[in-house]
Design a protein around this ligand. Structure first.
Ligand code: ZN
Length: 196
């Protein structure tokens, strides 16, 4: 679609891209997914985001664990295994540091017990979503978005599909869906993860 931009890295905007990146991170899909989106990048640029990709998978799995069978499978196959690697001890303690014990309240405000909650870092999640947005704009429109561009992120209720109709592209059996359009100087993108 964007042959003239084939070798431009979507992360730094320079040429001689020597690798490709999956949008969104490949790790969030089960093994057999055929229609993944890819964009050209440099190995070096891609590497800078590796840890974010791993974090994003963890975040999605916690957010969707109870409602999504695919995520339960991923949890067993990938996430636990990767957390238990000996070289992951730093990552594991980072995750542990962000799990806090909270009181579970009844509707009337009475403490019923105790639960564990994972506190995600908003800035980190936003950085990951911004990268996905830049990848999709690059793929769909051939436009390079500089990292310092203003990107605003909002969480929406799951009924965004009603607002956007059927304009969503589905990747990996609805693990990821997106829609987009642009006006003169602004791109608008909608993402749905895991259809939950
Ligand atoms: Zn690059």
């Amino acid at each position: 679609m964007i042959s003239k931009n084939d070798k431009i890295c979507y992360l730094c905007g320079k040429d001689k891209a020597d690798s490709k990146d999956h949008i969104p991170p490949k790790s969030i899909f089960p093994k057999k997914t055929s229609n993944l989106l890819t964009v050209p990048t440099h190995i070096k640029c891609n590497k800078e985001h590796e840890k974010d990709d791993e974090y994003f998978l963890f975040f999605l799995s916690v957010a969707a664990f109870s409602e999504c069978k695919e995520m339960k499978d991923l949890w067993k196959e990938k996430i636990l295994r990767s957390l238990n690697r000996s070289e992951s001890h730093k990552y594991k303690s980072y995750i542990n540091d962000h799990i806090n014990s909270v009181d579970i309240l009844s509707e009337g405000g009475i403490i019923l017990g105790n639960g564990e909650v994972f506190f995600a870092e908003t800035s980190r999640i936003n950085r990951i979503l911004s990268k996905i947005a830049r990848g999709i704009v690059f793929k769909e429109d051939g436009t390079y978005i500089h990292p310092s561009s203003s990107i605003e992120i909002q969480l929406m209720k799951p009924d965004i599909k009603m607002l956007r109709g059927d304009a969503f592209c589905s990747i990996g059996n609805d693990i990821f869906q997106y829609a987009w359009h642009k006006t003169d100087s602004t791109f608008y993108l909608w993402f749905i993860f895991l259809n939950v």
